[in-house]
Ligand binder design. Structure first.
Ligand code: CU
Length: 159
């Protein structure tokens, strides 16, 4: 369970590849980690509420991230960081990649990528500033970067 592939991009200057998710980094960046050890902008994942739970499912020959649409309403939600729980409920390895397609080339873009073994769960912490100022529009896309045919979904933000 300990081996995790990370591709997490931080804010303006830092790109950390292969670093342990257990370490907290500076403010302004997405963090991928475990519930017990992970943190984002100085707040431990344990102290945050989970905003959405997403599952990699295999239905016969169909691979999908469920649900296909996830809505976070910032008008009724406190300003704490967003916490997503991603779980692989299938019997094979799958990826979870959350990003903003419209600004994917920008260094500040929200970009969280993790590979989940069968049965594995990871948590993704996102500072709300990343969603409000580094994301154009109101949607982020999530999909599996390991399987092109693996159906992804949309994170819809009501700002
Ligand atoms: Cu997949």
């Amino acid at each position: 369970m300990g081996k995790t592939m990370l591709g997490v991009f931080f804010g303006l200057v830092m790109v950390v590849a292969g670093a342990s998710a257990a370490f907290a980094h500076q403010a302004g960046g997405v963090e991928v980690g475990d519930l017990e050890t992970g943190s984002v902008v100085g707040q431990s994942f344990k102290e945050l509420d989970v905003d959405a739970e997403l599952y990699a499912l295999e239905l016969g020959s169909i691979k999908t991230w469920y649900p296909p649409v996830t809505v976070i309403d910032f008008k009724v939600r406190p300003g704490r960081p967003v916490l997503l729980k991603v779980t692989n409920n299938s019997s094979t390895e799958h990826g979870f990649w959350l990003t903003d397609n419209t600004t994917q080339a920008a260094p500040t873009v929200v970009n969280a990528k993790v590979v989940l073994k069968p049965g594995e769960t990871k948590f993704i912490g996102i500072p709300t500033s990343d969603l409000f100022y580094a994301t154009q529009g109101n949607t982020l896309k999530y999909r599996c970067h390991l399987h092109p045919a693996h159906v992804g979904g949309t994170l819809l933000m009501i700002k």
